[in-house]
Ligand binder design. Structure first.
Ligand code: SF4
Ligand code: SF4
Length: 420
């Protein structure tokens, strides 16, 4: 996978060694204030205000600020940002967004729409100026294409493009044609991307090709960043992989853009660090069972399943997958796969369908580093409780070292400039 484009500004949410954390966050807050002052000077793109929306949804200002505090924490920002996140939500009416479906199942749109109750995620969906979305808009056919063209022209260089799904490039792109003129996905992504200020690749298919790109990848499906690299289009891209991506990660990314005018700091695979810094395994409620060597031994192990033991032996890929699912959860924070009783399938990792299968078994041949130069494969884990604990700690260290090495390598690369 090619490295995705990153923003050219200094990163958010990571105090540097040059400044104390306090100085760092004060500078970051000043940066946010300056950007939001500029954004506020622009005309809102819709009449709806946050105050009207809260009233309509029956949410008091105090309740709203409580919700905002949760979002601020999810963004890895300290509480001095609470009011700034609230202001960013208010200013989202000045943010044009174009949401384009590609080779996808629309699952990411559905996950976002699942937020029926008022939370910051649901409120922001009402506040942003969603100029085009085939899933949500009433017009279709030529009328829909006209809406898209008008939005691209009107907000040239200012809008956020959200792509959902991969781009099939085999056979001249004919595996995906959209609209009465039969434009290919290739043409559509090129056109929208060249005029966008920033791009969000929502879900694993848009980020890395996802299931359509699984071997033998008959349509030659690509993720957005890889596709744009082939066309030398340098619009910055943020990858939000998962199947589907959680609404918190989409909304947090858009809020952060409203607050700073740039994309967040990214990891080696183009994912925001605030959401994808930790492994699933590190924030898992079953982790104490892993460390104690207590596992569900198979899908007939009723007792182990009832006790909520670790799902590693029935294939959980949490030790290899980076995402915040266990913290933010799905469907308004109701649950997530491991809480529901199935292991993580590693869906937020590049090439997950080929590299993380079989889903119901530990990966054969995958070696976990143990301290003192020893190694253990999946069969060894859990054989001895103390051994398992050592594997857990060492695997964490090993995975983190690999990831941070990749990030350092990426940081050394000159970030590409956006095309004019
Ligand atoms: S292996 Fe899976 S279920 Fe077990 S602690 Fe790790 S993430 Fe949780
Ligand atoms: S728990 Fe794992 S498989 Fe499930 S959504 Fe999160 S990263 Fe994907």
């Amino acid at each position: 996978m090619n490295r995705p484009h990153t923003q050219t500004e200094p990163p958010a949410q990571a105090p540097t060694q040059e400044h104390s954390p306090r100085e760092y966050y004060e500078r970051l807050a000043a940066e946010a204030d300056a950007h939001m002052d500029r954004l506020e000077a622009k005309e809102p793109l819709k009449e709806l205000t946050l105050g009207t929306l809260l009233k309509r949804r029956g949410v008091t200002r105090r309740e709203f600020l409580k919700m905002v505090a949760v979002t601020t924490a999810a963004l890895s920002l300290p509480s001095i940002f609470d009011l700034r996140v609230a202001r960013a939500a208010e200013l989202a009416t000045r943010l044009p967004v174009i949401w384009q479906e590609l080779q996808s199942c629309t699952g990411n749109s559905i996950a976002l729409l699942r937020n029926a109750n008022p939370g910051v995620d649901a409120l922001l969906l009402d506040l942003i100026s969603l100029e085009y979305s085939e899933v949500l808009m009433a017009p279709s056919g030529q009328a829909a294409e006209d809406v898209l063209e008008a939005a691209i022209e009107r907000y040239d260089g200012q809008y956020i493009a959200v792509f959902e799904g991969s781009v099939p490039v085999a056979d001249g792109g004919n595996y995906l044609t959209i609209g009465p003129a039969g434009h290919t996905g290739i043409e559509i992504v090129e056109h929208i991307s060249r005029h966008a200020a920033a791009i969000v690749a929502a879900g694993t298919c848009a980020a890395y090709g996802g299931i359509p790109a699984a071997r033998p990848n008959p349509t030659a499906a690509l993720g957005i960043a890889d596709f744009l690299n082939t066309r030398r289009i340098n619009t910055p891209v943020v990858n939000l992989p998962a199947c589907p991506v959680s609404s918190t990660n989409i909304v947090g990314t858009i809020l952060e853009y409203a607050m700073f005018g740039r994309l967040p700091q990214l990891d080696a695979f183009g994912r925001p660090l605030w959401a994808y810094r930790d492994r699933i395994h590190d924030k898992c409620e079953r982790r104490s069972h892993f460390d104690a060597g207590q596992f569900v031994e198979g899908w007939n192990d009723q007792e182990g399943l009832k006790r909520g033991l670790c799902l590693f032996k029935v294939g959980c890929k949490g030790p290899m997958a980076y995402n915040n699912c266990g913290v933010v959860r799905y469907n308004e924070g109701t649950s997530w796969p491991i809480m529901a009783g199935h292991g993580c399938i590693g869906c937020s990792e590049p090439g997950f369908w080929d590299t993380m299968t079989p889903f119901e078994e530990p990966l054969p041949g995958r070696v976990y580093p143990l301290p003192f130069g020893l190694d253990a494969d999946a069969d060894t884990i859990g054989a001895v409780a103390l051994g398992a604990a050592a594997v857990g700690i060492a695997a964490h260290a090993g995975a983190t070292v690999v990831k941070s090495a990749l990030e350092q390598r990426q940081a050394k690369q000159e970030p590409p400039k956006k095309e004019q």
